[in-house]
Design a protein around this ligand. Structure first.
Ligand SMILES: [Mg+2]
Ligand SMILES: [Zn+2]
Length: 227
């Protein structure tokens, strides 16, 4: 725990999707399959701070050439969730913990995965619209929440949702694996991290729990809540 609060009885879990809920990054898999250009250039541009996250996501995702049916078929066939994820969502629900997926990925992808695994959970993410095989991206979760001192503009502002929930009195548990999880993770009360989130937190000397799957998270969280 990074910040000790008096009570853990109002707990909200926010989880990243790609590479966190899923074994592999589904958005990356989709780009590799349907984006006929070097889409990673947009990631590099963002990493150099030559563009905002929102702009780079829009550029990148709108270069995908695929119909909604193609995207859903691809996701249905190729995307797997980490062990224990559907059970974890039901466990949160049964135990009064809030649960929402916060993602810089794509609603069509996440909805398809939830359908495949029979998961019913809230999702805050970017919207993928189709006209034939042309893709347009909208950011329904951004305004008016996203304000960052360094000028960053998110697609879906994960950190704003951490802050909003904390303002409402929730203890926020954040689960993530990537660069866009560092900012919200730094604000959260408890963090589960993998990959680049884990590396950054280790470098910064921040406390977090490493995880491989949602069985381990449920056990660890169960222990924390029982204290
Ligand atoms: Mg991720
Ligand atoms: Zn933001």
């Amino acid at each position: 725990m990074t910040k000790k609060k008096n009570s853990m009885d109002k707990v909200y879990v926010l989880s990243d999707f790609d590479g966190t809920v899923t074994v592999e990054d589904a958005a990356v898999a989709l780009l590799n399959e349907y984006c006929p250009m070097d889409w990673y250039e947009y990631v590099r541009k963002w990493e150099r701070r030559d563009t905002t996250l929102r702009e780079s996501l829009k550029e990148m995702y709108e270069h995908i050439i695929a119909t909604k049916v193609q995207v859903e078929d691809f996701v249905g066939k190729n995307v797997l969730v980490r062990k224990g994820f559907p059970e974890f969502v039901r466990w949160c629900d049964k135990n009064g913990l809030g649960f929402t997926v916060v993602s810089e990925g794509l609603d069509v992808v996440i909805n398809k995965v939830f359908e495949k695994y029979d998961v019913d959970a809230k999702v805050l993410t970017n919207r993928m619209l189709f006209k034939g095989n042309k893709v347009t991206i909208e950011f329904p979760e951004t305004p008016p929440l996203c304000h960052h001192d360094d000028g960053e503009i998110c697609g879906t502002c994960k950190s704003s949702h951490v802050k909003r929930l904390q303002d409402e009195g929730w203890t926020v548990v954040y689960i993530g694996d990537g660069k866009t999880d560092v900012r919200p993770g730094s604000l959260a009360d408890v963090v589960f991290g993998r990959r680049s989130l884990a590396r950054t937190f280790t470098e910064q000397g921040r406390y977090f729990f490493p995880f491989e799957n949602f069985v381990a998270i449920r056990e660890r969280l169960g222990n924390i809540l029982a204290r």
